[in-house]
Design a protein around this ligand. Structure first.
Ligand code: ADE
Ligand code: SF4
Length: 359
């Protein structure tokens, strides 16, 4: 019976459901988050265009970070540097200091380099994802996000949230890492004319109804076609990859402290992790524990071990403090009083290190 056969085919496992972009946009029109860099959908419909500088800045900040963590930094940056020319003209050290605490400092160095490139070419960002991707710090995701959000380029914008939504929607049985291309083409196949709103709708859905630990399928515009919702166990997706444990590295941090409470800070090397940021002197970070080689002779006291998780390893840093009246205890650096610390380009790691000395 040919009829029966054709019905079976539409229910075949390989015949993936198509995501209903229009249902998603209707949801977004009612529930879009109010974000400082965002043009709300009803404004966008009237032709208001997002400022590419602000969209770019927010997208760089949001990489590896949450909206909640980014909000204040975003407002600080746009108040201080309201356009790309202002940011390009700022000294790199000021930008790094303003970024301190957000992490992944290569992003801040690239941000500054990118602002300078854009300022050199007339102060306008390119309008296509291809051209955007040629700029420092702008990868395929960020290029697509800017091109879609600012210029409605019909391009798939796939971040971690969108990957989770799609892994659920299609009930993918492999870890996301192995099916990134499939996810991208499934999204690309349904990108509507309002591609910028669609991109942001997918992200908002992933940040709200289709969150990592809970899925509110009853409220979700994608629910009628969603495979994971149909299983009744939507959070079983995305399936997890077996992940290797992060290796551990060990090191020592040396805090030289003056009688007035100031500590000796140094600028980190030009290259490598936390490059050009501020820090306290220390040993190399190694795979094995080593005895501390205290840099100056003083009464070094152990203050505790700071644990910090980087992308590729976990760092355990023993913190040593010595009171000293030596004018310049280490090679190059400066004395910094506690009230100056908030203005220093100190990454969270060194904020933790200094916190142990305040107890
Ligand atoms: N996460 C990253 N970019 C975003 C955006 N434009 N809207 C919402 N969440 C985001
Ligand atoms: Fe996520 Fe549920 Fe919506 Fe599917 S129906 S996309 S699992 S919230």
């Amino acid at each position: 019976m040919p009829e029966l056969r054709s019905r079976q085919k539409t229910q075949n496992q390989n015949d993936d459901p198509a995501l209903d972009a229009h249902a998603l946009l209707a949801w977004y029109d009612r529930h879009a988050r109010n974000l400082p860099w965002r043009v709300a959908p009803h404004e966008r419909a009237k032709g208001v265009q997002p400022d590419p500088y602000r969209v770019w800045l927010s997208e760089i900040m949001l990489q590896q970070t949450t909206v909640a963590a980014v909000r204040d930094y975003y407002l600080k940056f746009t108040t201080r540097w309201p356009d790309v020319a202002a940011l390009a003209a700022a000294p790199l050290d000021d930008v790094l200091a303003a970024w301190a605490g957000l992490g992944y400092y290569a992003r801040a160095r690239n941000l500054h380099a990118c602002a300078q490139k854009v300022a050199e070419r007339d102060g306008r960002f390119p309008t296509s994802a291809d051209e955007l991707q040629a700029l420092p710090g702008i990868g395929p995701y960020t290029a697509a996000a800017i091109a879609a959000i600012c210029y409605d380029e019909p391009i798939a914008v796939v971040d971690g949230n969108v990957e989770r939504v799609m892994a659920r929607f299609l009930a993918l049985d492999k870890p996301v890492r192995e099916v990134k291309d499939d996810i991208r083409s499934a999204v690309q196949a349904v990108v509507p004319g309002r591609s910028g709103d669609f991109a942001q709708a997918m992200m908002d859905l992933g940040a709200s109804l289709c969150a990592p630990r809970a899925a509110s399928c009853m409220l979700c515009p994608l629910q009628p076609d969603c495979r994971a919702a149909a299983t009744g166990q939507p959070t079983d997706y995305p399936v997890k990859a077996v992940k290797a444990d992060r290796p551990v590295r060990y090191g020592h941090a040396f805090v030289a402290r003056r009688a007035d409470g100031a500590v000796w800070l140094t600028k980190r090397p030009e290259k490598g992790l936390l490059a050009k940021m501020a820090g306290v002197p220390g040993s190399d970070w190694q795979d094995d524990k080593t005895a501390p080689a205290h840099p100056i002779s003083a009464d070094w006291k152990y203050r505790g071990t700071v644990v910090h998780v980087f992308t590729h390893f976990r760092l355990e840093l023993d913190v040593w403090v010595a009171d000293t009246d030596v004018q310049q205890p280490f090679e190059a650096g400066w004395w910094s009083a506690p009230k100056q610390w908030p203005g220093e380009a100190l990454p969270s790691l060194f904020k933790k290190v200094l916190a142990t000395t305040q107890k």
